[in-house]
Design a protein around this ligand. Structure first.
Ligand SMILES: Cc1ncc(COP(=O)(O)O)c(C=O)c1O
Length: 408
């Protein structure tokens, strides 16, 4: 069914929307679902039970842990499965801060973190921790010199986002980690929730101590994340009530979720280089068409960015209005973080990058995924500019009618 109410709409098929919001979440891949199904049906045992059903669930969980660990270059005992990337990040930040409280209470992060980190930090401030939020440049990158200068004797943890969810910028992580390592006793947490889907990844080579993941960003199921904890790193558990996950995360484990996460991660790693190459090419074609629209500017780093990620600000237009108009025509995209959409708050990431509120309100994000096709991108190349121009024209007509400036 092709919906044809106006120009751009004819380019879309509303019954089968084009999905360009893979930074928000990805579809569950078939292989992961297939591997999960037995543990959602016949094999429903609790891995802590001693009977056969429990032992089979335990075996599946152990195997999932081994496979996920191998896929990221870790040892199985270093993996804690958690409910989400947000929970894994909370465990890393709060767990590390509390465990090292006797040595110091100063924590360092950046101003472009996901709220999982920023809000965990703000929570810790209520208990006497001091937090330094590092500034970023126009592209959202932390300056290694600023980072080095922020670390003091009392610093116990630096937590940084590896690749930004809103603007796709990849931090100069090797340089940043090298500067932190000049100081003894400072733990490093990386939020790899976005990076893990697209970048080369071996936790041991990365040089951090804690790395958080979320399965639904790489075609695994929702409701499962993981924290890699370098062997020998001390964390204070943030949930109490059971000995699960080697006493680091109490609560009955999500066996099916862990199985799906492991399968999705393995396949993602095997296909990553090829998928990234293809998505980069498609993303660049879309980028060329979108940036050709007058008053549209790329946000985030022009090169050091996730290969599937295109983010822009559209001047004289509300990003939210464009996203809604595109959605009505059958294209799913977003204005930035999925967690913040509808909040009407301007992006803290763009604000930290120096965009005035007026410009930040024009934010739009298109993120491609493994299922994105050439043909979809061709349709979007025509339709996105058309929609932006249509909204601007409507705003002009409205402004002339009302005799004042109107932003759609
Ligand atoms: C960079 C980053 N960190 C953390 C999270 C939180 O992950 P989850 O959705 O699994 O809670 C997200 C989700 O969008 C993210 O993009």
């Amino acid at each position: 069914m092709v919906h044809a109410a106006h120009g751009a709409a004819a380019l879309y098929d509303r019954a089968v929307p084009i999905y360009l919001d893979h930074a928000a979440t990805t579809p569950l891949r078939a292989e992961a679902l297939e591997a999960m199904l037995p543990y959602l049906t016949a094999e429903y045992g609790n891995p802590s039970s001693a009977h056969g059903a429990g032992r089979r669930a335990r075996l599946a969980l152990d195997e999932a842990r081994e496979r996920f660990a191998a896929a990221i270059g870790a040892q199985p005992r270093e993996i804690v499965f958690a409910g989400t990337g947000t929970e894994a990040t909370n465990l890393a930040v709060k767990g590390a801060a509390w465990a090292a409280k006797a040595r110091g209470h100063h924590l360092v992060t950046s101003s472009v973190e996901h709220h999982a980190t920023l809000h965990a930090m703000r929570y810790l401030e209520k208990f006497g921790f001091e937090v330094t939020e590092l500034p970023v440049d126009r592209y959202g990158r932390v300056d290694p010199e600023h980072l080095a200068a922020a670390i003091i004797d009392r610093t116990t943890l630096v937590s940084l986002i590896w690749a930004n969810n809103e603007v796709g910028t990849i931090q100069p992580i090797a340089e940043l980690i090298a500067r932190i390592r000049e100081h003894k006793g400072v733990l490093i947490h990386l939020d790899a929730v976005q990076a893990a889907a697209h970048l080369e990844l071996d936790v041991r080579q990365l040089g951090a101590d804690l790395v958080s993941f979320s399965a639904h960003k790489f075609e695994g199921p929702k409701g499962i994340g993981a924290l890699w904890i370098r062997h020998g790193t001390t964390l204070l558990p943030q949930t109490q009530g059971g000995p699960q996950e080697r006493h680091r995360r109490a609560g009955t484990e999500n066996v099916a979720g862990a199985v799906g996460m492991a399968v999705a991660c393995e396949l993602n790693r095997a296909e990553r280089a090829e998928t990234s190459r293809r998505l980069r090419r498609l993303r660049d074609r879309l980028r060329e068409a979108v940036l050709a629209v007058p008053g549209v500017e790329l946000t985030g780093h022009p090169r050091e960015r996730l290969p599937n990620h295109l983010s822009v600000v559209v001047r004289d237009t509300e990003g939210e209005s464009v996203a809604v108009a595109l959605d009505l025509d059958g294209l799913c995209c977003s204005t930035g973080s999925a967690c913040d959409s509808g909040s009407n708050e301007v992006s803290h990431v763009l604000t930290a990058m120096g965009y005035p509120e007026e410009e930040a309100r024009g934010a739009l994000r298109f993120t491609l995924g493994r299922g994105t096709t050439e043909e979809e991108i061709e349709r979007c190349r025509a339709a996105i500019p058309e929609t932006i121009e249509r909204l601007r024209a409507a705003a002009l007509v409205l402004a002339e009618t009302l005799g004042e400036g109107v932003r759609t």
